[in-house]
Design a protein around this ligand. Structure first.
Ligand SMILES: [Zn+2]
Length: 67
């Protein structure tokens, strides 16, 4: 087995990685701007009037989905 050539290509990979993370951050922040926090608040079930926490997509009591 000879020397491992991948070590030389690592700095290049990191550069690519970095530019991608910058682009990814721009995409993420533009998504955050256009999509205001989707329903991160408590809600009341329309089926049984049970208050549900923001984390629930369904009523924990009767299974009714979040309106
Ligand atoms: Zn319910």
């Amino acid at each position: 087995m000879g020397e491992l050539p991948w070590q030389e290509s690592q700095p290049e990979l990191w550069l690519v990685d970095e530019s991608w993370s910058v682009r990814a951050n721009k995409v993420v922040s533009s998504l955050m701007d256009s999509h205001q926090a989707p329903q991160q608040f408590p809600w009341v079930c329309s089926g049984c009037n049970e208050p549900n926490g923001a984390a629930f997509d369904m009523c924990w009591q009767c299974g009714e989905s979040r309106p």
